[in-house]
Design a protein around this ligand. Sequence first.
Ligand code: PLP
Length: 374
Amino acid sequence: MSTTSDGTRAVRAGLPTPQQYEPTLPGPVFAAHFHLSGEPVGPYTYGRDTNPTWTHLERAIGELEAPGEQVETTVFASGMAAVSAVLLSRARTGDTVVLPDDGYQALPLVREQLEAYGVRVRTAPTGGDAQSRALEGAKLLWLETPSNPGLDVCDVRRLVAAAHEAGALVAVDNTLATPLGQRPLELGADFSVASDTKGMTGHGDILLGHVSCKDPELSAGVRRWRKVVGAIPGPMEAWLAHRSLSTVQLRVDRQCGTALALAEALSRRPDVTGLRYPGLPDDPSHAIAVRQMRRFGSVVSFVLADKETAERFLAGLRLVDDATSFGSVRSTAERRARWGGDAVPEGFIRFSVGAEDPDDLLADVESALDEAAR
Ligand code: PLP
């Protein structure tokens, strides 16, 4: 589909050609196997390899990842299944892989697995162009921008150029931005990877992930990995995800607008420090973010005085669930240090802005902060 507007693209993404008396979005196909006589050729043979409900969703995500271009998408049972598919299927014994040291907190577990297979892993922070200095001899560079939970941003175009020059492929974890916020394949990356558990599906009720590639050979490797490990999404989840995608522009626009308003309100409070939101003009990430992002995401992070203040704040919120994850239509917030693993202060809050009325949400946050400071 060649339309240039995100909302129109989102509501029609991945829909099959209209057929008289058929639904607009065909329902989930529950099938472990398909009728198959003679030579076992596709498109649908066995339910771990392919499923028509995935096909529709994969086309939809592909249209958002690279509108008007040839792109192949593979959906997975979770974001981590998608992350592992790229890292574990590409890396070979003796290879060097560069990971961010401030990315999603399961990356150190992936690192252990890679090292157990004899892969050398180097890490560098997302900000300050640090990853460009870790590329020598690398086979794969993993970027997560904006990073979770610190919200640092790196220059994808620049790092892709440096990585390709050094002979490394580049994967971008685009979970925080979603393709409406940033399109890694257009910025030159080889893989755009995401946890669609977050803003893409946006209701906090599905686990899902995907990998998109322009290069059919790279995509075939990812698809093969899914077949080998069987990390496949259920048809119901895939169908719900596709239905949810039709509202992604509405949700993300509302969330990003309110996130900026929240960040601005927080920036005026003396009890809030360490405020980060790439959309704030004075954020350290802003200059790079405006060059590569179209929307700045639903997550705002900040620091309160200490653990107790942060917990009083979370307990004082009426409209915001104290829960992990982000990108849902219902706002969530959490004290990130409770998990361990992230290099953040005890009072660090990761706040995920939902689709509530902005005035209601901001009033709730201000009053919870006032109560927490008492
Ligand atoms: N990547 C990022 C940036 C994440 O924040 C997460 C989960 O929070 C993941 C990957 C993993 O996704 P999932 O929980 O869907 O496996």
